[in-house]
Design a protein around this ligand. Structure first.
Ligand code: AMP
Length: 419
């Protein structure tokens, strides 16, 4: 019979990889806690409407990439393509904002987008996502970017390249939108079908288009920074001051708009030269109108998402601190009484938190040593009939070959060797 395989673009994360995942997650939790962020876990399935309203109807994600279906009750549901909308929904649904409008939240988990799979782009991928609600001050934007870069460096990311921009607010953006519309109007013939179609609904999308002819046009388009209103200009200037205060290097990219509609003011992206075409490892920005858009009061927000797979691809070789999984001790037992003893001792040590393995099948010493070696055990305790009688056995260091005689009745006297 044929083996059923995974769905295209959906990847298994195998045991040999999960240590790295856990290590990166642990660093994220540590760094985010230092900055006062707490974890929130939201469902992966939401009403489709949440994303249509939150992300924007005329975006690639909502138009082309969502996994949307009707469940058996006829409800239209979607596997979440990102976490921000879900987090805000939870924040409003549970009235977290009533007790305290300021909420610093993070979540780590799978997202789903039906993009064309390629290296660094999957249909199920994972994000490390932070959302700070209730703060409007530009120093928070600086703090969020500082936290992001600190986290990325703490897991060994080399040479992160930060680009920042301000996308304006609902006062100055319409003017910019109109100027882009005007700019593109005479160039319609050179735009791809998608961009032409979105000229009226969402002309800023052309900035995210990957089609070369559209890219050429975009490079000549006016940048958003020139059309910012006074308040947005001041806000952006203050964000840059707070980045300077922490010696954070950045490049202002006035043509970076990012793929989701909800961003206002600060937008940022972290790229590296090592990722090829899929070079963004993290991205985020401010979304001061989104909470209201989702039915809540006027509460500002800012957040970012790190692509977990991309981060791991960049740091894989550098994660020396990943805790080892291999057992600390293998108990090789010969004969029934020794095997029973090994079973009892091994499990007792496990209850104390030691990583111990034994072979419960009746096998010769050679086979057991081979297994210990295969599992990468550092030490092996060899127990046979004679050892059961004398209550003493050899503890062998598999890397140096050194042997120490230890007492079977008093494992606590040699446990210090198991490191
Ligand atoms: P976004 O939510 O589109 O701003 O993406 C934030 C980050 O998630 C990106 O910088 C990528 O690192 C990662 N990402 C987005 N889409 C995918 C995908 N299809 N596969 C893998 N990583 C992704």
């Amino acid at each position: 019979m044929e083996v059923v395989t995974a769905v295209k673009g959906f990847k298994d994360i195998l045991p040999e990889e999960t240590g790295r995942w856990q290590y990166v997650e642990a660093r994220a939790r540590e760094v985010f806690a230092a900055f006062g962020c707490r974890e929130i876990r939201v469902p992966i399935l939401e009403r489709t409407d949440l994303f249509a309203r939150g992300i924007g109807e005329a975006t690639d994600i909502v138009e082309k990439e969502m996994y949307t279906f009707r469940d058996r009750g006829g409800e239209c549901l979607t596997l979440r393509p990102e976490a921000t909308a879900s987090i805000i929904r939870a924040y409003l649904e549970h009235s977290l904002h009533v007790a305290d409008p300021v909420a610093k939240l993070y979540t780590i988990g799978p997202m789903f987008r039906r993009e064309r799979p390629q290296r660094g782009r999957y249909r199920q991928f994972h994000q490390i996502d932070v959302e700070i609600l209730g703060h409007e001050a530009p120093c928070i934007d600086g703090e969020v970017i500082l936290m992001l870069l600190h986290f990325l460096r703490s897991v060994g990311l080399k040479a992160p390249h930060l680009e920042v921009n301000s996308l304006g607010c609902n006062i100055c953006r319409p003017g910019y939108r109109a100027s882009i519309q005007g700019f593109l109007a005479g160039r319609e013939a050179d735009l791809c079908g998608d961009c032409r179609r979105r000229l009226d609904t969402n002309p800023l999308r052309v900035f995210d288009c990957k089609v070369p002819s559209c890219r050429e046009i975009v490079d000549q388009a006016p940048g958003v920074t020139d059309s910012l209103c006074g308040e947005c200009r001041d806000h952006f200037a203050a964000v840059l001051v707070s980045l300077d205060a922490f010696d954070i290097a950045y490049v202002i990219n006035p043509r970076m708009v990012r793929g989701l509609d909800y961003y206002t003011r600060t937008a940022f992206e972290v790229t590296t030269e090592f990722l090829g075409a899929q070079n963004a490892v993290a991205g985020g920005g401010r979304y001061d109108g989104l909470v209201r858009e989702l039915g809540g009061p006027d509460i500002p927000g800012i957040g970012f998402a790190v692509g977990f797979e991309r981060l791991l691809a960049l740091t894989a070789e550098d994660l020396d601190d990943v805790p080892p999984f291999s057992p600390e001790l293998f108990i090789a037992a010969l004969g029934d009484p020794a095997r029973q003893f090994a079973y009892a001792l091994g499990n007792r040590l496990r209850l104390q938190g030691r990583r111990v393995e034994m072979d419960c099948r009746p096998r010769g010493l050679k086979g057991q040593m081979k297994r210990a070696d295969k599992l990468g055990c550092r030490r092996v305790l060899i127990v046979g009939d004679r050892e059961m009688e004398t209550r003493q056995a050899e503890l062998r260091d598999m890397t140096t070959g050194e042997q120490v005689r230890v007492s079977l009745d008093d494992p606590s006297s040699w446990e210090y060797l198991l490191v």
